[in-house]
Design a protein around this ligand. Structure first.
Ligand code: RET
Length: 246
């Protein structure tokens, strides 16, 4: 019997399609002499996810499961999240014209958020003792590290130049809603084990496709907005440095 993350559409092979599309847009922009900063970020995000899903499709990237007595735990997801969620924030921050300070805070707290989550997920009762009590402390830490991100998505968007600002608002709201569902799934899955690992995989898969592929499509298909961001220098120049190089 195939695990649910394989039987749920799209099949793993199709999950490469967004990446192939995003890379083709990036390389076309490059060939045409346009900037390809946002396209490269976006293509990298879905490519890393594609690799993670390929690892899961080959029955790897997890611990526990049927014959071990331990709940199946896909640690590969956290490798994916550690690498890709900062890149998504850079996408949004670039469109929003955020400065280097703001980007640094977002990226660092995001990494800490995911790390706290993966540590908490592993605080279980096992052969080395019962670590269950610490689980919620790490979850609380993860939620704390999530707060600067929430604050940014709620109040710092829309300041970007022209259409880029408007797009950052739209994509930022979409991100806020989807990202907030992850800790909810975590609580009922790794946290309290109310849902089965299979249901957990289905939830995360749906969220991943929306948060990465649909997210990416929203950005890459908005060439006008990307050009406004590039004109303002807010994407590829770390601190929104002006054209004169200062
Ligand atoms: C954890 C648990 C600790 C508290 C919080 C979490 C948030 C996770 C998020 C994950 C987003 C993943 C995405 C993947 C894309 O494919 C680590 C679950 C706040 C926001 C967007």
């Amino acid at each position: 019997l195939l695990p649910p993350y394989l039987t749920l559409p799209p099949p793993p092979q199709l999950r490469f399609l967004p990446s192939i599309y995003f890379w083709s847009v990036a390389l076309n922009a490059k060939a045409g002499g346009s900037s390809y900063y946002f396209e490269t970020l976006t293509a990298t995000i879905t490519s890393i996810a594609s690799l993670a899903y390929l690892i899961m499709a080959t029955d790897q990237g997890y611990e526990g499961g049927s014959d071990t007595g331990d709940r199946q735990f896909f640690w590969i997801r956290y490798v994916d999240w550690t690498l890709t969620t900062p890149l998504m924030l850079l996408d949004i921050a670039g469109l929003a014209g955020a400065n280097a300070d703001s980007k640094m805070l977002l990226v660092m707290t995001d990494i800490l958020m995911v790390l706290a989550g993966v540590i908490g997920a592993n605080m279980n009762e096992d052969s080395s003792g019962d670590h269950e009590h610490y689980k919620w402390a790490f979850f609380a830490l993860g939620m704390m590290f999530y707060m600067p991100i929430v604050s940014f998505l709620v109040s710092d968007l829309g300041k970007g130049s022209g259409k880029a600002g408007a797009l950052s608002k739209k994509v930022g709201f979409f991100t806020l809603v989807l990202w907030s569902a992850y800790p909810v799934v975590w609580v009922v899955a790794e946290g309290t084990e109310v849902i089965s690992p299979d249901t957990e995989a289905i939830c995360y898969t749906i969220l991943d496709v929306l948060a990465k592929s649909v997210f990416g499509l929203m950005i890459v298909s908005a060439r006008d907005a990307i050009e406004d961001a590039n004109r303002a220098g807010s994407g590829y120049t770390m601190g929104g440095i002006a054209d004169d190089g200062e």
